[in-house]
Design a protein around this ligand. Structure first.
Ligand code: KIV
Ligand code: ZN
Length: 510
């Protein structure tokens, strides 16, 4: 049997540090459920002292994880941080405190103003304090990739003696060449007293595009835990991508003497979920989960793949949950073809429900040459949003251009079915439509984020808009909408966010 490599997912902590990726608790819980379904070993759920939202997320994720995975909270090597993390983790059956400090010359001298001996003292104090609260304590040596190796050996040994169960060796700045970093891990294994009794973890960043290589080389040299994120999200250029290391280990497990317990068939779904919640698109040519990861374009490749898939594919798309079907759906497709494709995507419908899905499909197919899986996903999600709606968009028309004043005429339908129509001006067509919505819905809010992306391919692509609105209470609500027309998707997204805000207000009032 090969060595088990624990997968430590930090999408909700380091991943959230990607500019623009902030998530609220509800969104983090959706991702956490998916991580649990995928069988990750550890979820780093947040940095509890950093905000009440992070505290709440750690506590809520601890509650839902049960004994299916370890839930971890990050701290600095500071007493208050550790006490607050311990409090947040009280709900978890398998809590872990992740504590540590910078260990490279630049972190010690410029950031922390500590001597090496003072840093070791601080590490020992932090690990011991954390061990008073939980049995599982991970010590991180931030910027270990640029640390003096002799000092790294000393501080890791001190952390192990103080009671750390896991030692995390990060290449915080993604500076190393893989074989140099691997050599650091090997050296720690050879020189740190007691290291054989703890887990060696690696946390690598992608500043030189080598985060996956750094992690794999570390595994080759004795690491048995990898810290990573879905879609490689994370600070600056991101972290090691979970899907890449998991599939590389699966493919080369014998050579690496390694395996993971990840349910790989869930990888694409996880990727889409994280992308849709954060609004951060995955580049089409991203390994494993990119839209083009299994697309064959040139005639020679298509010919090869049709004769034998493995001429140009090293991974079976089904193994990562990617849709591999060749059925092309268009306006000429009938009910049977649509039903077949939907069921392959995991959607089944009763006959009466299916008819409205089919009609929505025809509407899209009329506007597009080809209807892709993403279009179908979007049709289903749009329908779910509308079915829970308090306000529904019935019509929106805008006039804009140079030198016109952008104007929107808009009709919303309320829960009783009554139609409300207004016209409004704005600084642009979306602003005009939003002002018209405000005039009807009349709920105080502040639009804090607006992001638009094409979720399908081609000039006739469906556009998905994600908006975030902040209520007077300070609570943030996300809304999404999709359509071929970006004014329509923008308006749907705003109405969706306001619906969520209103239904939450009603829940609190009840
Ligand atoms: O990159 C890093 O070193 C980190 C630590 C806090 C583990 O994110
Ligand atoms: Zn990091």
């Amino acid at each position: 049997m090969t060595r088990k490599i624990a997968i430590f997912d930090t999408t909700l902590r380091d991943g959230e540090q990607s500019p623009g990726a902030s998530m609220n608790t509800e969104e983090k819980l959706i991702i956490a459920r998916q991580l649990i379904r995928m069988n990750v070993d550890v979820i780093e759920a947040g940095f509890p002292i950093s905000s009440p939202g992070d505290f709440k997320s750690v506590a809520e994720i601890g509650r839902i994880a049960g004994d299916r995975c370890t839930v971890c909270g990050l701290t600095r090597a500071v007493d208050k941080d550790i006490e607050v993390a311990a409090e947040a983790l009280k709900t978890a059956k398998r809590p872990r405190i992740h504590t540590g400090l910078g260990v490279s010359p630049s972190h010690l001298h410029d950031k922390l103003h500590l001597t090496e001996d003072e840093a070791i003292e601080r590490a020992i104090r932090a690990v011991k304090l954390a061990r008073n609260f939980v049995d599982d304590v991970e010590f991180y040596a931030e910027d270990a990739g640029r640390a003096d190796q002799d000092f790294l050996v000393r501080i890791i040994e001190a952390a192990v003696k103080a009671g750390a169960t896991v030692v995390n060796i990060p290449d915080t700045t993604g500076y190393n060449l893989p074989w140099h970093f691997g050599q650091r891990i090997r050296d720690l294994r050879e020189r740190v007293d007691g290291i054989e009794d703890v887990t060696i973890s690696v946390h690598t960043h992608n500043d030189l595009g080598m985060a996956t290589a750094l992690a794999l080389e570390s595994v080759r040299n004795g690491a048995t835990q990898i810290e990573c994120t879905i879609n490689g999200l994370g600070e600056r250029a991101g972290n090691t991508s979970l899907e890449e290391v998991v599939m590389a280990i699966r493919m080369h497990g014998r050579e690496l003497d390694a395996h993971t317990d990840i349910v790989t068939q869930e990888l694409c779904h996880a990727s889409k979920l994280v992308s849709s919640i954060t609004g951060i698109n995955v580049q089409p040519n991203k390994a494993i989960v990119g839209a083009n990861a299994f697309a064959h374009s040139s005639g020679i490749h298509q010919d090869g793949v049709l004769k034998a898939r493995d001429t140009y594919e090293i991974i079976d798309p089904a193994d990562v949950g990617a849709a591999g079907s060749q059925i092309i759906l268009s306006a000429r497709s009938g009910h049977a073809a649509l039903r077949h494709r939907m069921s392959e995507l995991g959607y089944t419908f009763a006959d009466d429900e299916f008819e409205s899905i089919y009609q929505a499909f025809l509407e899209v197919a009329d506007k597009k040459k080809e209807v892709y899986d993403e279009d179908l996903e979007s049709i289903v999600h749009e329908r779910e949003r509308v079915s829970k709606a308090i306000w529904t968009l019935d019509a929106v028309q805008v006039s804009c251009g140079f030198p016109l004043t952008p104007t929107a005429t808009l009709t919303l339908v309320d829960e009783s079915g009554e139609k409300h129509t207004v016209a409004a001006y704005g600084t642009g067509p979306v602003d005009a439509a939003y002002k018209a919505v405000d005039e009807i819905v009349k709920v105080e809010n502040d639009l804090s984020e607006f992001a638009i992306k094409a979720i399908t391919r081609g000039i006739d692509a469906m556009g998905e808009v994600t908006v975030r609105v902040t209520a007077a209470s300070g609570e943030v609500y996300t809304g999404r909408g999709s359509d071929n027309d970006i004014i329509v998707s923008s308006t749907k997204a705003y109405v969706n966010a306001l619906n969520r805000l209103i239904s939450d207000q009603r829940e609190h009032a009840a």
